[in-house]
Design a protein around this ligand. Structure first.
Ligand code: DGL
Length: 271
């Protein structure tokens, strides 16, 4: 690809605020890259929807990123990564990467006793994508999974440090602790936003891992492989668009993740 491709933005999307945990890591590792982030706030949460719906939503948001001249797409959503990546890879003229494999890699690197827990949305957990990705790397690891559907609405609401969120965590994770896991994969990009609450509940014996850092490394490698990385002297920017207005987004992005978001565009999905 030519040098004009290099200066195009990396397109990143999620159903809402969660994918910003990945965007924050991309900003840290690749500060010279421009990022164009879309949160599909008009249709969040994705987690309980069918594969056909998630494929359609992901294709529509990817078209919006293509219209912004994205040079590659990062699916910063586990649900869409689990259910829609093959369809996106077939349909899109630019490289696509997701968060499941990076999360699986982090889990395999972290576990000492070979017992890993995975939490995520219903779509992610029912797809079995994490089991497959972990077993592809380490066939003997035992994987115990739990869907935690109420966590995403609480996080979108900005309840990151809140007794109601603590109760939701206790309700879902009560039987994971005695299962013997020493590592828990936060298999939803929203969940790192409640990492402190999860750590408080699980105690020091269980390591929490997520996809963000390994995903950013995978993006850097992909850019290098395709020869489309931005010039290292450039100063990257983060632009954000949402498919509908929402109150919770900016405080979470700026206060919890320390991201400078600036003006947020509202861009309705075209069907
Ligand atoms: N952050 C997303 C994920 O990683 C989506 C959660 C949702 O919208 O339900 O799965």
């Amino acid at each position: 690809m030519d040098s004009t491709t290099s200066s195009r933005p990396i397109g990143v999307f999620d159903s809402g605020v969660g994918g910003l945990t990945v965007a924050a890591e991309l900003r840290r590792l690749l500060p010279h890259e421009d990022i164009y982030y879309i949160g599909d706030t008009a249709r969040v949460p994705y987690g309980g929807k069918s594969q056909a719906t998630i494929e359609r939503y992901s294709a529509e948001i990817s078209e919006m990123l293509l219209a912004e001249n994205a040079k590659m797409i990062v699916v910063a959503c586990n649900t869409a990564s689990a259910l829609a990546i093959p369809r996106l890879e077939n349909a899109l003229p630019i490289p696509v990467t997701g968060v499941i494999e990076p999360g699986a890699r982090a889990a395999v690197a972290a576990t000492r006793n070979g017992q890993v827990g995975v939490i995520g949305t219903r779509g992610t957990i029912h797809s079995g994508a994490y089991e497959r990705a972990i077993h592809a790397l380490a066939p003997d690891v035992r994987v115990t999974s739990r869907a935690c559907p109420m966590l995403v609405p609480a996080i979108e609401e900005g309840w990151l440090d809140d007794s109601l969120t603590d109760s939701i965590i206790a309700r879902y994770l009560g039987d994971l602790v005695p299962s013997g896991i020493d590592t828990l994969v936060l298999g939803c990009t929203h969940y790192p936003l409640v990492k402190s609450a999860l750590a408080r509940y699980l105690g020091p014996g269980i390591r929490l891992v997520d996809s963000a850092e390994n995903c950013a490394i995978a993006v850097r490698d992909l850019l290098t492989r395709h020869g489309i990385g931005a010039c290292e002297k450039a100063q990257g920017t983060l632009r954000v668009a949402l498919t509908d207005a929402t109150d919770g987004f900016l405080p979470v992005a700026e206060e919890a993740l320390g991201l400078t978001v600036g003006e947020v565009r509202i861009a309705a999905v075209q069907r």
